[in-house]
Design a protein around this ligand. Structure first.
Ligand SMILES: [Zn+2]
Ligand SMILES: [Zn+2]
Length: 886
């Protein structure tokens, strides 16, 4: 039933149909009733509007490799996919579309806007899940979720209400990170710190009694319009007499007090700080302690509000900054200005500079949730790969801040809180509330929850929680979480906390944080830099296997993956070549089996086996051990390298080459060679399947004797066999390989034409070498193109000589293989040319004027050239001596 064996590997005709067959056969669907031990991986849910980029490509390839490996080891695997509604990101996309129509979300109103986003998501969302199929991702699509699904939303409300009832969710006025473009609060993690070259302005604040002034330093002078105090350290003698006095705050006509507060460091700056409680977190705390007023001087759009003097009202914050500084200068109150580089928070979505702003928001009290999550790490239940990431996790947990969870957006889970304007009650409820107990109608909180407030629950909400479903019992806790380091705190740490709080157990025991894909200049790949690689374009051109192999072989634990976008023009890293070689090897083995039934390798008798047979069986066994251990330890590049070496070098370059005479019937033992080639090839396909699933399955489907309807994707993982360990065979065959290599080297060195045969004399063979060479004499003769292979210690005429690692010598007489006279002449001409070059170079470097006037680097370069020429001339003289040239 097999199609004819295509001479060239063409992934485009193989991959998509195979993927459909796998899913039709239900191979990726987990079964909670199965006896097998589960292996559960939660996919980091991509944004619903996302399009697959190379970062997703790497992340999902790693997950798929681990899942396929464990599936073949017999585990009941569940790789759970889903998409995230991505509140701020998705809302921004739709708002940009509206802007093109000249409208804002406020023109539409909340209901219509939400409908618009839903329509957009239904039309374009989830594309990324389709794209993951092209990559070969073996997810359980029957369990796909979306974080705004009714089930997931129910879990979100349940969690909100439980935390509120426990006193862990509260509402309060705090300084939060505000994005004036997105018009929403952001968590600390969403306000990305970036170094910015700015200035620091030293402003003089006159005392109201006219007895002097205090100098304060600020990076945001416009906020002085909202100052309500100046603070100094209580122990600072310079200001002792001033504490309690009033400042006549310039430009405002207001008087503000000088207060003493421990938060001020006397050594820092001038020792006196301006206090703006509405626009700075530290100032807010000082303000609370010192009972200072709070004046909010900015609108949500970061323009100056009506609380400031009329001249500044309505100005953009940066324009206001200029004018405030100019006004101070004019008043003679600008002491100095210094350049100053400092870290400024930027919106992680639109990169606008964050404005710290006082506002009323909902928060989760994190310290009680962090305690068990930190303990799980400290007592070794939760581990990180690479290990150092664990310490970052621990530090974050130890210094955890409360989590601002309300967002001033319309797209997301609306906060389940209702306010009654009749009796003033606040109602927090699992169900929608229409009317208060007092009979008055209620209004729901306008805000939605942070996107991460639903994704931190997915390890159990995706399995049916809060109901005690069969899935939840079978598949919680999960096994491994695979993610990029960027979302360690956003997502990973919070999932651990939620797991401890709501499931009483951590959601996974291992967190594997892989590197980032970068270009050859170590820049992160991005659309704006134009250095990206579109994984789907690679799949289309070279196949998913090529992409996967190149990604996996280029990564090692704790390092980044470097790709060259230029590779896309010709090939794609090593993956494509490997796929072609594998296809050709498979094609040769599978089409040269003949019709005779294949014997079982386990039934072969030891005396039937040649040295090469014993060697390949031992190498196959060693590769099973090596690859299995590498997969288990997340060293996927090592697993790839082990299988590559076995398939490319041991099997294709050596074993298949040297069994050809047996397979063609020129010498006996064809059935043995056939059985071993097939068995070791089958094993190699299994070991490689997690990394290159398509080509391995396509080849495996052609292996004779396979049960109809069986799949490599669920075939058993090979187990090592102690009887196969055969150190003697590996050592002896290694010497045979060395011998062939040495003769080939000599042939190349003396330019022996490929069609010509030579003779080789093995001299003073080491222990065991004589037996090994004798056993594989035919192989050596064929692969090294020998007319004669003898054991003979005598030297004879001219020729090449080499010594193997065990001390065995090999002499290759060249008198009859090359025209010695012509070779001598050729080498002589070459030598004469070099000697001329050397002479003129020596003259040049002997010239005082050149050496003293030319730049040192130039002289150095000329000296290096001379040394290299001299070395080459020496080698030519050696060769001529060996050939006995006149
Ligand atoms: Zn923003
Ligand atoms: Zn009421």
């Amino acid at each position: 039933m097999n199609e004819p064996f295509a001479p060239q590997y063409d992934p485009s005709t193989i991959e998509a149909p195979l993927y459909r067959q796998w899913t039709d056969a239900g191979l990726f669907t987990a079964d909670p009733d199965r006896e097998a031990q589960p292996y559960v991986v939660q996919m980091p849910p991509p944004n619903v509007t996302a399009v697959l980029h190379v970062g997703h490509g790497l992340n999902n390839t790693v997950q798929d490799v681990l899942v396929r490996f464990e599936r073949m080891r017999g585990r009941d695997t569940l790789w759970l996919p889903g998409t995230d509604h991505a509140g701020i990101a998705t809302q921004n996309v739709v708002e940009r579309l509206l802007a093109k129509e000249g409208r804002t979300r406020f023109d539409l109103g909340r209901m219509a806007f939400e409908e618009r986003v839903w329509a957009y998501v239904k039309e374009t969302g989830g594309v990324i899940l389709e794209q993951l199929r092209a990559l070969g991702a073996s997810c359980d699509w029957t369990r796909t979720y979306f974080t705004l699904d009714p089930d997931m939303s129910r879990a979100v409300r349940e969690v909100f209400v439980r935390l509120y009832e426990k006193g862990l969710i509260y509402r309060g006025n705090y300084i939060i990170n505000w994005c004036p473009r997105c018009l929403t609060a952001l968590s600390n993690e969403e306000a990305e710190k970036e170094e910015v070259a700015g200035k620091i302005w030293y402003l003089r604040y006159p005392l109201a009694d006219g007895t002097g002034h205090v100098t304060v330093a600020t990076t945001r002078p416009e906020t002085m319009l909202g100052d309500t105090g100046v603070a100094v350290n209580p122990d600072d003698e310079r200001y002792e007499a001033m504490v309690g006095k009033l400042i006549a705050l310039p430009l405002t006509g207001r008087e503000i007090p000088i207060v003493a507060d421990d938060a001020v460091e006397a050594e820092f700056g001038t020792g006196a700080v301006k206090v703006t409680p509405a626009h700075d977190p530290t100032d807010f705390e000082i303000g609370q302690r010192q009972m200072l007023h709070t004046i909010d001087v900015m609108t949500p759009e970061a323009r100056m509000a009506e609380t400031v003097p009329e001249a500044f009202q309505g100005l953009d914050r940066y324009e206001a900054r200029k004018r405030v500084v100019a006004a101070f200068e004019e008043l003679g109150l600008l002491e100095k200005v210094e350049d100053h580089t400092h870290a400024v928070g930027h919106c992680y979505r639109c990169n606008t500079v964050i404005e710290p702003r006082l506002s009323e928001q909902w928060f989760v009290k994190m310290a009680p949730l962090a305690r068990p999550a930190l303990e799980a790490y400290r007592d070794g239940r939760l581990r990180f790969i690479p290990e150092r990431r664990g310490e970052e996790y621990a530090q974050w947990m130890e210094n955890i801040r409360d989590w601002c969870i309300s967002r001033q957006l319309w797209w997301g889970h609306r906060i389940p809180v209702w306010y009654c304007d009749g009796c003033g009650q606040t109602i927090v409820s699992r169900q929608d509330v229409v009317r208060c107990d007092c009979g008055h109608a209620v209004r729901q909180d306008e805000d939605v929850l942070d996107t991460w407030f639903s994704s931190w629950l997915v390890p159990f909400s995706s399995l049916g929680w809060p109901d005690g479903t069969k899935d939840l019992r079978a598949f919680y806790p999960g096994s491994v979480l695979v993610t990029a380091p960027e979302i360690l705190f956003f997502w990973v740490a919070r999932m651990v906390m939620a797991g401890c709080e709501f499931m009483n157990d951590i959601p996974f025991h291992t967190v594997y944080l892989h590197g980032t894909v970068r270009d050859t200049q170590h820049r992160k790949m991005s659309k704006s830099l134009g250095n990206g690689i579109d994984p789907l374009e690679v799949v289309e051109k070279f196949g998913a296997d090529a992409l996967r192999y190149t990604l996996v072989s280029g990564m090692s634990v704790g390092t980044d993956v470097i790709l060259d976008p230029n590779d896309l023009e010709t090939s794609f890293g090593p993956g494509r070549n490997f796929a072609n070689k594998l296809w050709n090897a498979g094609r040769f083995i599978l089409t040269n089996l003949g019709d005779a039934p294949v014997r079982k390798v386990s039934a072969l008798k030891p005396k039937e086996l040649t040295l090469a047979d014993r060697w390949i069986i031992a190498r196959c066994d060693a590769t099973i051990r090596e690859a299995t251990e590498a997969y288990e330890r997340f060293r996927l590049n090592d697993a790839a390298a082990a299988v590559y070496r076995f398939l490319w070098s041991d099997l294709a370059d050596w074993y298949i080459e040297l069994i050809k005479p047996r397979l063609y019937g020129d010498v006996p033992g064809g059935d043995v060679a056939r059985a071993i080639a097939l068995k070791t090839f089958d094993v190699a396909l299994r070991l490689l399947h997690p990394i290159m699933p398509f080509i391995t399955e396509a080849l495996w489907q052609r292996i004779p004797g396979r049960r109809e309807g069986s799949w490599l994707a669920v075939a058993p993982w090979p187990t090592p066999d102690n009887r196969a360990t055969d150190a003697a065979a590996v050592r002896q065959f290694g010497l045979v390989q060395e011998l062939v290599g040495a003769i080939r080297q000599i042939r190349a060195e003396y330019d022996v034409q490929p069609g010509k045969t030579v003779r080789a004399m093995v001299q003073h063979p080491g222990a065991g070498t004589r037996d090994a060479v004798t056993a594989e004499a035919g192989t050596v003769r064929r692969l090294a193109r020998l007319s004669d292979l003898t054991f003979d210690d005598a030297s004879e005429g001219v020729g090449g000589y080499a010594v193997l690692s065990d001390g065995t010598g090999v002499f290759v007489p060249l008198g009859d293989a090359i025209d010695v006279a012509r070779e001598c002449e050729r080498l002589g001409t070459e030598l004469a040319r070099l000697e001329q070059l050397i002479a003129s170079q020596e003259k040049k470097l002997g010239n005082e004027q050149f050496v003293s006037r030319a730049p040192a680097a130039v002289v150095e370069n000329e000296r290096t050239k001379l040394a290299s020429w001299k070395e080459q001339a020496g080698a030519l003289r050696d060769k001529r001596a060996k050939l006995g040239c006149a």
